[in-house]
Design a protein around this ligand. Structure first.
Ligand SMILES: NC(=O)C1=CN([C@@H]2O[C@H](COP(=O)(O)OP(=O)(O)OC[C@H]3O[C@@H](n4cnc5c(N)ncnc54)[C@H](O)[C@@H]3O)[C@@H](O)[C@H]2O)C=CC1
Ligand SMILES: CC(=O)N[C@@H]1[C@@H](OP(=O)(O)OP(=O)(O)OC[C@H]2O[C@@H](n3ccc(=O)[nH]c3=O)[C@H](O)[C@@H]2O)O[C@H](C(=O)O)[C@@H](O)[C@@H]1O
Length: 428
């Protein structure tokens, strides 16, 4: 196996071609391996094989076209096409159920597909973010299905993905990487594999440690954002601008407060703290409270909107509200767990009409002007770069009333003629 990896002869299957799996498959193909991408969504497979990415990410179209044209990457929905590969890399989603417990059915189904296709000696990598102890449990599951002994007859590693959407191709190369093996040999072989394109540091450890590390990173971010969001609430009570206060506090050499806003979305931060504590014996207050604070932020934005409508004496049930942005963060097309959607849900039954416009997301209004014409209020719910330079004077002329709510600190100075409120802007 080591020799096959060094000579780029190892055959790789990537299971799940989403935001993580597709860029990962491209990187291995670009490094010289023959890569088969296995994906259950047939439309996605067709699109990828035609050289067009189904996700928004800088440079992805050029990089994908190159590896499809060279024949190094091919996508498939046929499990027969991934039989007897040397390496399987699992990148399927690991969402929460309604009751906020992990839904591992995608992972289990992917592992079952791999177990049916694999040969002895294979390396199986889980890149998905998973609750602690899951890699060991999945190794046992493979043993049950195949009779092969983990660590002796196959290698298995958790290699958590730590890239930031919008910077995926840079971070895949330069981020450091944690490789958690079910045995030291598993991690050592995986290091040879990832070294084919990773220039950052590579740390080897046990799979349960890598699982916890990944979840700690996102929990750290979530808890810190919750603190910033609590500061935003306080700023409203004291009539100050939280962003000015944070900037000043961050001038301290050991303080780095995060950015408050309308909420925390995406496939990862809203779920990973739950994955971290789920298998534990005891409950953990801080982590759960932070989740509650962040989940409550769309309601603060709703309060600000209704306060502003009161200022202009417009009953909410008569108001036409245009929401700018549906993606969970700026310059992304990803709407999973988006605070913008939570905000829309929170107001939709109380106002006359909600319109949405997001230049990255299909199914929203065709143009900004169309969304704003005749509207009473605009709410900025996503920090897309284009929203930072909007000409409010001109846009305001399209509106019936001029209320502007900034959920993402996109507007520095309140535009003239608008009733303006922003999350954390107790004062403009
Ligand atoms: N999106 C992100 O920014 C990051 C995600 N992660 C983690 O990576 C994992 C994947 O996330 P995303 O790529 O965002 O999810 P995604 O939903 O974009 O992609 C997953 C893909 O797997 C496919 N799939 C599901 N079950 C399958 C099966 N049994 N066989 C074959 N294909 C299957 C789905 O159709 C989908 O296309 C998650 O655990 C996530 O927490 C980690 C770091 C960053
Ligand atoms: C610790 C860390 O930085 N994790 C990253 C995070 O990426 P993700 O795309 O979820 O980005 P994010 O910038 O944390 O944004 C998540 C959500 O939080 C909001 N957000 C973010 C930072 C902040 O100060 N305030 C804030 O409100 C964003 O608007 C967004 O709605 O989660 C990724 C993941 O695990 O999917 C991970 O790979 C990335 O490295």
């Amino acid at each position: 196996m080591r020799d096959r990896i060094e000579k780029r002869m190892a055959e790789i299957a990537v299971i799940g071609l989403g935001y993580i799996g597709l860029p990962t498959a491209i990187m291995f193909a670009n490094a010289g391996f023959n890569v088969t991408g296995y994906e259950i969504r047939k439309d996605v497979v067709e699109r990828i094989n035609s050289g067009k990415a189904h996700i928004v990410e800088p440079d992805i179209d050029d990089l994908l076209r190159k590896v499809i044209e060279s024949g190094k990457l091919r996508a498939t929905s046929n499990p027969a096409d991934i039989r007897e590969k040397d390496v399987y890399i699992i990148c399927v989603q690991t969402p929460l159920r309604e009751d906020r417990t992990p839904n591992l059915t995608y992972l289990e189904s992917a592992v079952e597909t791999v177990a049916k296709a694999m040969k002895p000696g294979a390396l199986i990598v889980i890149e998905s973010t998973i609750p602690p102890l899951t890699t060991v449990r999945m190794a046992e599951f493979i043993e049950e299905l195949t009779g092969l002994k983990p660590g002796r007859d196959f290698y298995m590693v958790h290699a958590p993905e730590r890239v930031m959407p919008g910077r995926i191709f840079r971070e895949l190369v330069y981020n450091s990487r944690i490789l958690g093996g079910i045995t030291p040999e598993s991690a050592e072989i995986a290091e040879r594999l990832y070294r084919s394109f990773v220039k950052g540091q590579v740390f080897r450890t046990k799979s349960t440690v890598s699982e916890v590390v990944k979840l700690m990173e996102n929990t750290f971010r979530d808890v810190n954002i919750a603190l910033a969001n609590e500061f935003a609430y306080l700023a409203h009570q004291y009539g100050i601008n939280v962003f000015e206060a944070i900037e000043l506090a961050n001038s301290h050499p050991r303080v780095k407060i995060h950015v408050p806003g309308i909420g925390v979305g995406g496939h990862c931060l809203p779920k990973d703290p739950h994955l971290l504590v789920w298998p534990a014996r005891d409950d953990f207050g801080l982590i759960r409270l932070a989740r509650e604070i962040n989940d409550g932020m769309p309601l603060l934005a709703k309060d600000l909107l209704f306060e502003a409508l009161r200022t202009i004496n417009l009953p909410p049930e008569k108001a036409v509200v245009a929401v700018l942005g549906l993606a969970y963060k700026g310059d992304s097309d990803d709407t999973r767990n988006s605070p913008a959607s939570a905000f829309v849900e929170a107001i939709v039954d109380d106002v006359a009409e909600v319109r949405t416009y997001d230049p990255f997301v299909e199914g929203t209004h065709g143009s900004l002007e169309e969304a704003l014409r005749g509207a009473d209020a605009v709410v900025i719910a996503t920090d897309h770069t284009v929203f930072r330079s909007l000409d409010w004077e001109t846009l305001g002329k399209l509106m019936r009333n001029r209320v502007l709510i900034d959920g993402r600190h996109v507007v520095e100075m309140p535009p003239e003629g608008f009733v303006f409120k922003g999350v954390g802007r107790g004062e403009y």
